[in-house]
Design a protein around this ligand. Sequence first.
Ligand code: SF4
Length: 278
Amino acid sequence: MKTIETKIITENVKRLCIEAATFIESDVLNKIKNCIKNEEGLSKSILEQIVENDEIASNENVPMCQDTGITIVFVEIGNEVFINGDLEAAINAGVSQGYTEGYLRKSVVKSPLNRVNTKDNTPAIIHIKHVLGDTLKITACPKGAGSENMSKVKMLVPADGINGIKKFVKETIVEAGGRACPPLVVGIGIGGNLEKAAILAKEALLRPIDDESADEDAKALEKELLKEINELKVGPMGLGGNTTALAVKINLYPCHIASLPVAVNLQCHASRHKVVIL
Ligand code: SF4
């Protein structure tokens, strides 16, 4: 049995929050750089400015965007790991320290009705999964409101089929326009039920930008949707162009015979997520 002290968890969550805010993951950044050659004029200039903005933010250790997000934390805890203390309190302490010491914008209100700021960006939204092994995997995924607000979940029915899924995804992206700050990573959860589909879509955003679904049907749909989304010509920041989405990621789960839940979680080009394995 491996023992992990809560102060180690707090230190790491703090670091992940600051790093996620200050530089884009290299796979996403390389994808954006590759897309520059497919653009010209304004759309090309926007992608170049996104790359330059990332360079400035990482060199000067400042946030790449004013909206440093609400922090979603995915935890995978092995059955041979003992946490010496309160795991969720340790994560929230790390978020608090990261946002305070890193001078990141505090974007969380205590109640959606009274709108009073908690002043340290806590609480995080924490998802805990139990797995086999002796490691603790923590993924911090700060999510800005621009792209999150334009995300959607819809309970389709089996008769809607693949065409219904595509229609819903593309309508969501067109409606979002520039408000989700494209180019996007499009996370899609299909299956489960209402809340499971939404979590699947969020988890899909954490996949490497160039990976493909292990499921052949999902893999084919990812390719088709990426092509069709880019044909919409929403373009970088919604101002037209060939690069509306950098990637489409589909995660599946079994569902009821009468259901076809679909969630579309839009992620902006900042695509913030950082991982540590303890
Ligand atoms: S959607 Fe992303 S890039 Fe746009 S304002 Fe929000 S965090 Fe920043």
